[in-house]
Every structure is written in structure tokens, then in C-alpha cells.
Design a protein around this ligand. Structure first.
Ligand SMILES: Cc1cc2nc3c(=O)[nH]c(=O)nc-3n(C[C@H](O)[C@H](O)[C@H](O)COP(=O)(O)OP(=O)(O)OC[C@H]3O[C@@H](n4cnc5c(N)ncnc54)[C@H](O)[C@@H]3O)c2cc1C
Length: 397
């Protein structure tokens, strides 16, 4: 059997390595559109933007590892089409790659605003994006960040860490309220103002000011936020354009089963940021755009195709580092009700627990409290109650 893996970031490289670790000895080819050896993305919005020594970006694969695992890695090779009937992937060079099993792991790209960009307006998704931003930050610009989600918040934090003037511009009245709900969204996003960043909420960006170089952001209603550097962090769009004529079920992601088989195409798997499936523990269809999930999905595919025991589904987990604080989220808070909160951002430690309609904990957000994450997971596995998790004394709000 042979495997073709398209996209060599965390989902793709982890699949290849997991296949080898589980004893798969057939041919494995990885196609990757970037020229860089595969690297990890989380440091791009964190350590890589900090002032001073430039840290090495952790590599997901090196020439040595590729040789050790006998992986045929084709960098700078962009897939442009797929013919599932012939089991062939086409590339921009005109080469065709045939496969017996295909893994689609082409992830996502940063969403842009539907207005003309000008020089000085950036997005942050790739190593080249982060390198360009690092260089731009060294010029000590005034910074505006459009979007106060995880990426925007981390960029704002890095820029404040350099002592720069930073203003976040957010469309929602309460940043992250779509993820955490109003009360916790308000608490978590207070981290920005606590660390001296400006925060404009309920704002709609109309246009960027300047022509040769960005001079600011014009908002509906007439407000102008002056800036020499703008980062747009308004989410990511799945990289499915190359599959448009393939006949695969694509609608906001690649639709796949519990085992990540693409619906109707059993020899094709889709994993990582672009995989859309009904999550067995959450009971809803979702694309989970988190680093840990991409790795878990890769291992699940490798286990399935090598005939190992199916791996148990995990609750989604994401972390975010902002202003020296670590924010961790397990589960999907928007599916539950806020049932318990303790601490605050100002105190440097915070936790919120969400329950389902039966009052069982289904999600948690915590700040600077890694033990709370382990405790939540353990309680969830056991089917424990809110009182089991937070103690009888503190369970009442
Ligand atoms: C700046 C940043 C910081 C992050 N920080 C965190 C964090 O702190 N915690 C967390 O949980 N998650 C974080 N994430 C999210 C996490 O990195 C993603 O969930 C993860 O990278 C998804 O992996 P993936 O392999 O599915 O997709 P991607 O990482 O998007 O990789 C897709 C790969 O496919 C390649 N590709 C695309 N199209 C083609 C094509 N047509 N042909 C060939 N190759 C193609 C791309 O070049 C890319 O290498 C962060 C993401 C970013 C961008």
C-alpha cells in the first residue's frame, strides 16, 4: 500500500511519523507547497515575535528525520487538483502523484478583510508572515490589531511586550464572547487593558488609511485608529480550493466520518484544520482548529489503517499565551452554560466551568492553572459532577 499526504504541517507530518511508528512499511510521499522544512506554528505568534534573540522555530520534520522514517518529502510542490476515480493528485509543476490512500492535510490560510489592503497590513499564519512581522516590529511602529481572537490577542501581547502602542479593534461588543460567553469573554479580554493595550469593541473596519504605507484604520461611524502596522486576525479559511473539481464533499471544510474518512471516499482521509466532522464527544459538527487535535487526528488515522485499536476521541484542547499568562480551554464552552467561576485576570489566576443541561461539566477555561486542566479531564473521563470538580463549597455561583 502507498500513502500520499498533501500538506506537511502538524497534521501531515504527524500522520507520516505515526504510520511508521505503527509499523507501516509502504511508500509515503508528502507534498508541501512551502519551501521551508515543516515547522510548528504556535511559536510564530509568541516567542518568535519577542524582542532580542531569535529562537529557532521547532521543526516538525528535518532531512535527517525524513531519512530515518523513509519519507519521500517534496517541498515547494503545490497540489492543484484531485481525480479520485484515477487516484491521482495534480500539482502546479504538471507532475501527477498516484496513491492508494490519500491524506488531505492542507490546513487553512488567514482570512483577509474584504477591503483593499495597503503596505503595512499583514496577516499571521506562516513562518514568512512571522519573520516579516518581527522585522516590522523592530521599527517600533504604532500597532493596530483587527480581531481580538487568539492570534490577534497573542500578537497584541507580543507587541506590548516590546513596549509598543497597541490598539485592538474587535467587531463583537465583548471579545471572545462567541467562544466563552459574555461574562467570561469580558473577564478574559480584560487582559489587554490590564497590560496597557487599547481595545475598541463593536467596531466595523471600513478601510485602511494611507496609500504607500498604512497610516491607520478607519471605522464605521468615523473613528480613526492611527497605526504604522496593522495585523488582521479574523480567522482562517480551509485550504480546499484545490479540491473544488474533485467531487469531494466540501462545504466549510472537508466532511468526514469519525475515522476521518472523507464521506463517500473511503480511501481518502481529511485531518487537521480543514476536517469537518461530527465530534463524538461534543455531538456537533465542527472544524477543530487546534494544534493538539491535529496530532490526535493524525494518530487516529494511522491507528485505523494499521489495524490497531481505535483511539478514544478527546475533547478539543487549546492553549494561548498572552502577556505572560497561559490560557487553556478544554471542550467547547459555547455548548454549555457557565456554572462556576473563580479568580480573575487581575489576580493572575482564573477558572470557569461550563455544564450541559444535566449539570455535568463539559468545558472549562482556565488561566495560569495547568492542574485545573488535568483535573477537568480526569473528572470528565469519570463522568464526575460539578461538585466533584470544584468542591461543594464553591460550586454555587
Ligand atoms: C500563528 C499561529 C499560532 C497558533 N498557536 C496555537 C496555540 O497556541 N495553540 C493551539 O492549540 N493552536 C495554535 N495554532 C493552531 C495550530 O497551529 C493549527 O491548528 C495547526 O497548525 C493545524 O495543522 P494542519 O496541519 O491541519 O494545518 P496547517 O498548519 O495550516 O498546515 C497545512 C499545510 O499544508 C500546506 N498546503 C496548503 N495547501 C497546499 C497545497 N495545495 N499543496 C500542498 N501543500 C499545501 C501548507 O503550506 C501547510 O504547511 C496556531 C496557529 C497559528 C497560525
Amino acid at each position: 500500500m502507498s500513502f500520499l499526504i498533501v500538506g506537511a504541517s502538524v497534521a501531515g507530518t504527524r500522520t507520516a511519523i505515526a504510520l511508521r511508528q505503527r509499523g507501516f512499511s509502504g511508500h509515503i510521499v508528502l507534498l508541501e507547497s512551502e519551501e521551508h522544512w515543516p515547522y510548528d506554528k504556535p511559536p510564530l505568534s509568541k516567542d518568535l515575535l519577542a524582542e532580542g534573540h531569535v529562537p529557532d522555530v521547532p521543526r516538525l520534520l528535518t532531512p535527517e528525520l525524513a531519512a530515518e522514517f523513509a519519507l519521500d518529502v517534496r517541498l515547494g510542490m503545490r497540489a492543484t487538483g484531485l481525480d479520485p476515480a484515477r487516484r491521482v493528485v495534480f500539482t502546479h509543476t504538471g507532475d501527477e502523484f498516484s496513491y492508494e490512500r490519500l491524506v488531505i492535510a492542507t490546513g487553512a490560510h488567514a482570512r483577509s478583510l474584504p477591503i483593499p489592503a495597503v503596505p503595512g497590513v499583514h496577516t499571521l499564519r506562516t513562518l514568512d508572515d512571522a519573520t516579516a512581522l518581527r522585522e516590522a516590529l523592530a521599527g517600533r511602529p504604532r500597532v493596530a490589531v483587527v480581531g481580538a481572537g487568539f492570534i490577534g490577542a497573542e500578537f497584541a501581547s507580543a507587541a506590548r511586550g516590546r513596549g509598543l502602542d497597541v490598539t485592538l479593534i474587535e467587531a463583537l461588543e465583548i471579545p471572545m464572547s462567541h467562544v466563552f460567553g459574555d461574562e467570561v469573554g469580558r473577564e478574559i479580554s480584560s487582559i489587554h487593558t490590564l497590560h496597557g493595550a487599547g481595545l475598541v469593541t463593536g467596531a466595523r473596519v471600513e478601510r485602511f488609511l494611507g496609500s504607500e504605507q498604512v497610516e491607520g484604520v478607519a471605522l464605521a461611524g468615523g473613528t480613526e485608529v492611527p497605526a504604522d502596522l496593522v495585523v488582521v486576525g479574523v480567522g482562517a479559511v480551509p485550504n480546499t480550493h484545490w479540491l473544488a473539481d474533485s467531487g469531494l464533499p466540501i462545504d466549510g471544510g472537508v466532511h468526514c466520518s469519525d475515522r476521518f474518512e472523507v464521506e463517500g471516499f473511503p480511501s481518502i482521509f481529511a485531518i487537521g484544520d480543514l476536517a469537518l466532522r461530527r465530534h463524538p464527544l461534543l455531538g456537533v459538527s465542527a472544524r477543530i482548529e487546534h494544534w493538539t487535535s491535529a496530532g490526535e487526528q493524525a494518530d487516529a488515522v494511522a491507528a485505523f489503517v494499521t489495524g490497531a485499536e481505535p483511539l478514544a476521541a478527546q475533547l478539543p484542547y487549546v492553549w494561548s499565551d498572552q502577556y505572560g499568562a497561559r490560557i487553556q480551554m478544554v471542550g467547547m464552552p459555547s455548548l454549555g452554560e457557565l456554572a462556576h467561576r473563580e479568580g480573575s485576570i487581575a489576580e493572575g489566576r482564573f477558572r470557569a466551568v461550563y455544564t450541559d443541561t444535566d449539570h455535568n461539566p463539559i468545558a472549562q477555561v482556565s488561566v495560569n492553572d495547568p492542574r485545573a486542566v488535568a483535573a477537568f479531564r480526569k473528572n470528565h473521563r469519570r463522568g464526575g459532577s460539578l461538585a466533584d470538580l470544584v468542591g461543594q463549597q464553591t460550586s454555587a455561583r
